[in-house]
Design a protein around this ligand. Sequence first.
Ligand code: SAH
Length: 380
Amino acid sequence: MADLPPTHQRNPALGDSRRQSTREAMTQPAQTKSFLSLQRDALVAELGRLGQPAFRAKQIRQWIYRRHAPGYDAMTDLPGPLRKTLEGSLPLYSSRIEQTQDDPDGTRKILVRLAPGDSVEAVLIPAPDRMTACLSTQVGCPIACIFCASGKAGLQRNLEAHEIVEQLLHLDRLVPRTDDDDRRIDHIVVMGMGEPLLNLANLMRALESIQAPDGYGLGARRITVSTSGLPDRIRALANMGYAFNLAVSLHAPDDALRSKLVPVNRGIGDILDAAREYVTKTGREVTIEYVLIRRINDRPDQARKLAWALKDLRCNINLIPYNSIDEPGLEPPSDSDCEAFAAVLRREGFPVHVRHQRGDRIAAACGQLRAATEAGKFAR
Ligand code: SAH
């Protein structure tokens, strides 16, 4: 049994009261009609009401998704009066970048202001071979993993589809570009704030716009959805017929420990059954995420137990050294313990990646920037 600090063993968040809050958020902000909230047909109809031909929808989408336009003003081949009308009747963005933080490694993290009191984080992670965007799906999170900043204040609400797409577009305009190098975001990880599968309908609407050839045009295989491990929702995603990559946050080799780290633990057996079904139905591989926390889940015998639990699942394993959020009793693992843990899994034949957190100097772990901002730690 891992020696989890007693504060966590008595943490009421680990009790049943939390379980109820995993239902879809019931309270939503009043629907505002915005350009990005409308699917193609509704958009054509709306533009028709403004006396505009159908081709306008495509023309404006091109500006938004391909030409990085920050607003209607930049759409120079639209008639001036139309730009003004659209601004009033079909606003483009409902959110704005409130803060940007740059890590020397190139990672850029933004705090996206949705409404007073409502903000989420999104991260741009440039690498030589790929440009990744990390997106949030909820304000806060109901799962309350003990090592994660996002769930500290529980769930506030689900994001609307357009609020998810807007994060991508805000990041898209931060991509470093030159006149002859028009780089685009080519991978998306839904690994920001929130539990994506508890906002499945809005997430799917957002990912449809992102995948559409006249939208951002990014294929499902370049999109990874990460879940804290909700078996019925994994099955629901598998049945939707998309080929998204799935990442499952496991964090422990047995249920006794997992229930302490991830209060909403639906049982490792059922989670892995659902993951196997996902692989069978979609043909995609699953990534198992495992946050390594010093002396809690980082021992070699726990690695062996994990290998045993995963023996029938075709998966990669992503080990993430805990990025400290100043939670008493939780510490990052030593490098040598990380490597020893990885070595056990590799010996058992698993592809293992130790994800040394990028952007840790800018508080890039889930929910940290938002938490610090609301607490006034960063200047605005
Ligand atoms: N809610 C989804 C997406 C969350 S973020 C999920 O649970 O999968 C993506 C990963 O970052 C998850 O595996 C999450 O457990 C991990 N994470 C959260 N806080 C962290 C921290 N402080 N240090 C390291 N990893 C963290």
